[in-house]
Design a protein around this ligand. Structure first.
Ligand code: CP3
Length: 355
């Protein structure tokens, strides 16, 4: 039974008719919001915020209090999974995420094990349940995870990387070792997403931020094949409701048909792909999510509204579109500009349906 007050997001993912095009934004709870910075200051640091379900719930709800968004996304990070595997995640100021114990030696890789989401990731599962209670069936809650390959990038590089030299050296020299890491990650992500679903996540998204850095053949063998196994292993239903899945490969525009074929309900698009052309390519196989350039949010509100209308018109009539950015929102985005985007998407998409 679906007693959500606003289920446009879930219906759009299943390509069912909606009264407007739903919108949410990747990284919608984050540093561009002064109230987020205030809560993070109280928590001490980002990881304390993630590990405290009450504070994670508080920041999840902050963007929904400001804007008429159609979905909430669990406040957490993709790197909680390798942290739970014992790699020691920390955030060096201004340098992004880092691991104290990146995977360097073969024995470290052979020793990797799948964390129990009910134990090492209990704080995330508790946050999901707490957020669901606080949302009180207003909008659906999205659960998420990193893709096995994107997680492996951070686990092997030890942090952000410009050229992915360590992981790609392993890919070419020791594909067996990389496949072993990806295998463990696949089992970890599948169990983690299913635990989020059981705790109340109503849709799930896999973030493959770095799959687009791979060659064509490597993408299929080292990223897409593992995401397919996750999608095949996901719970499709919970509490009588379908649980749709979204797969997002940044830079994955050339592989849309392949991504659409793995069994997910929706494919995320970055801002470099024309959404109308993407729709013609995937047909009625999947819904599409995207794809405003996040940097367009620095333009004047009327220009932002115009860009939003262009994307809605390019997608065209009919359902199956979830509006989003093509990647996470910048921490320097003026918060008022987000309101202009959300309102423009709702207004214009309502008008489109009246024609
Ligand atoms: O979308 C949401 O609002 C939900 C929360 C969310 C965060 N990270 C919160 C966060 C989600 C879905 C993520 C995913 C994530 N994390 C990805 C995949 C999506 C993407 O952006 O490509 C990746 C690659 C990460 C790893 C990570 N975590 C990075 C690169 C950073 C930024 C580091 C920096 O200093 O810029 C983080 C930290 C992080 N995750 C922040 C937030 C709000 C900022 C941390 C802070 O408050 O200092």
């Amino acid at each position: 039974m679906n007693k959500l007050k606003n289920d446009t997001f879930l219906r759009a993912l299943l390509r069912q008719p909606t009264e407007h095009t739903p919108i949410w934004l990747m990284r919608q709870a984050g540093r561009y919001l002064p109230e987020y910075c205030e809560t993070r200051r109280r928590a001490g640091n980002f990881m304390n915020l993630c590990k405290n379900p009450r504070l994670a719930c508080e920041v999840t709800l902050q963007p929904l209090a400001r804007y008429d968004l159609d979905a909430a996304i669990l406040f957490s990070d993709i790197l909680t999974v390798p942290d739970a595997m014992g790699l020691g995640l920390y955030f060096a100021e201004g340098e992004g995420p880092k691991f104290e114990r990146p995977l360097r030696e073969e024995w470290e890789i052979r020793n990797l094990s799948v964390p129990d989401p009910g134990v090492e990731l209990r704080y995330v599962i508790d946050a999901v349940a707490e957020i669901r209670r606080a949302l009180d069936n207003s909008v659906p809650l999205i659960g998420f995870s990193g893709s096995p390959f994107t997680l492996a990038c951070y686990m092997i590089e030890g942090g952000a990387s410009e050229d992915f030299r360590s992981i790609k050296s392993m890919l070419y020299d020791r594909p067996d070792l990389l496949h072993h890491v990806l295998e463990v990650n696949t089992n970890a992500v599948t169990a983690y997403l299913n635990a989020q679903i059981e705790a109340g996540a109503q849709a799930v998204m896999i973030f493959d931020t770095w799959g687009g850095a791979l060659s064509n053949r490597a993408y299929k063998a080292f990223s897409l094949a593992y995401m397919q196994r996750i999608v095949e292993g996901l719970r499709r239903e919970h509490g009588g409701a379908r649980i749709p899945s979204i797969v997002f490969t940044k830079g994955g525009g050339q592989w849309l048909e392949d991504i659409a074929a793995i069994g997910c309900d929706a494919v995320g698009l970055d801002w470099t792909t024309d959404i109308g052309a993407a729709r013609r390519r995937v047909g009625d196989k999947v819904a599409l999510q995207g794809n405003l350039d996040p940097v367009a949010l620095f333009a004047q509100p009327e220009k932002i509204a115009q860009e939003a209308r262009t994307i809605l018109d390019a997608y065209g009539p009919g359902s199956g579109h979830v509006f989003n950015l093509g990647h996470g929102i910048s921490q320097f985005t003026p918060p008022e500009h987000v309101a202009a985007l959300v309102n423009a998407v709702h207004e214009h998409s309502r008008k489109q349906r009246q024609i």
